[in-house]
Design a protein. Structure first.
Length: 318
């Protein structure tokens, strides 16, 4: 897969994720948030199961079977996925599709910040500015336009933390295991089963409710989980990290677009300013380090040709 093809695949992921906020909201009119999360991630795991089986057999034939430690890593990723998805789903009970789309994207500046905290990888100076800008944008989007932040917005903001940790770890695990489909499907299964265990003990479920929410659950399970999350893992093996973050951050714009088209979401001028500030900060976090690096490369003195250097040293070089 070429870099351009990988970026186009990531753009498709962003479109699917952005469109999924609307069915996620509609589906909870009939089922609880953990029920919705559990069923859709189990469906996502089933979608990927044939690819997981083929990959498992390929690893066995090549003498690279998975080990118990690999299963623990996948379980950890699934737990992070559950935290992020469940908090987001609970937040959508009172938040809007537009707000949730932008607030979820707060994980973008969090990723390099957490990388510095966990692994002492010092981020570019623009990260700190971008993080503060995202906080200000979140206030304008969720607070200033309604004079009070609703609980759903806080849940969605909180979900950015497990999303960020998940983004940090999933690439490392997938690279070391060389098994993107097993990583993707395995984490879906862990997330879905844990959510359903919670549902069995604490959330009422009815067959009529599941039937009424069937289409939203099916759409988010097949497309948002099974296709989009898996495509992200695959595409990021070929796309540059900065390209991937920029393309995936467009999920926020698609969330606002689908919220406008399908749910009648509207933003005041203050809300638009908040959206713009969050999006600009995400772009800056990714683009400024690249621009600075390119500037250093172009401004560096070019070495003299080998023949001239040799002549200057009094030695002829062939």
């Amino acid at each position: 897969m070429t870099r351009i093809a990988a970026n186009l695949l990531l753009l498709l992921v962003a479109v699917i994720w952005g469109s999924a906020f609307v069915p996620q909201i509609h589906g909870m009119a009939d089922v609880g948030p953990m029920t919705f999360t559990g069923v859709r991630f189990v469906i996502g795991a089933l979608v990927v199961t044939p690819l997981m089986w083929l990959e498992w057999r390929a690893l066995a034939r090549s003498g690279r079977p998975l080990h118990a430690s690999d299963a623990l890593k996948i379980a950890g990723l699934g737990s992070l996925l559950l935290l992020g998805a469940a908090m987001q789903q609970i937040g959508l009970m009172t938040s809007t599709a537009t707000n949730a789309g932008f607030l979820t994207a707060l994980y973008v500046p969090l990723v390099p910040v957490l990388a510095w905290i966990l692994w002492r990888q010092l981020p570019h100076w623009s990260v700190w500015v971008g993080a503060l800008a995202c906080i200000a944008g979140a206030y304008l989007l969720s607070g200033a336009q309604r004079l009070a932040i609703v609980p759903g917005d806080l849940w969605v903001i909180g979900s950015a933390i497990p999303w960020a940790v998940h983004v940090l770890l999933v690439g490392r695990v997938a690279d070391r295991m060389a098994a993107p489909f097993l990583v993707a499907g395995g984490q879906f299964a862990v997330c879905g089963l844990l959510a359903l265990l919670w549902t069995a003990g604490f959330e009422p479920v009815s067959w009529s409710g599941l039937q009424a929410a069937a289409w939203p659950i099916a759409y988010t399970g097949v497309f948002s989980v099974g296709i989009a999350f898996t495509a992200q893992v695959v595409a990021q093996r070929y796309a540059h990290a900065a390209d991937a973050a920029i393309v995936l951050s467009s999920e926020t714009l698609f969330a606002a677009l689908f919220g406008f088209l399908l749910m009648g979401d509207r933003l005041t001028a203050t809300g638009v300013a908040g959206c713009s500030l969050i999006f600009a900060s995400m772009m800056g976090v990714q683009l400024l380090p690249m621009l600075q690096k390119n500037k250093r490369v172009h401004s560096a003195p070019h070495p003299a040709p080998r023949a001239l250097r040799a002549a200057g040293a009094g030695v002829e070089e062939h």
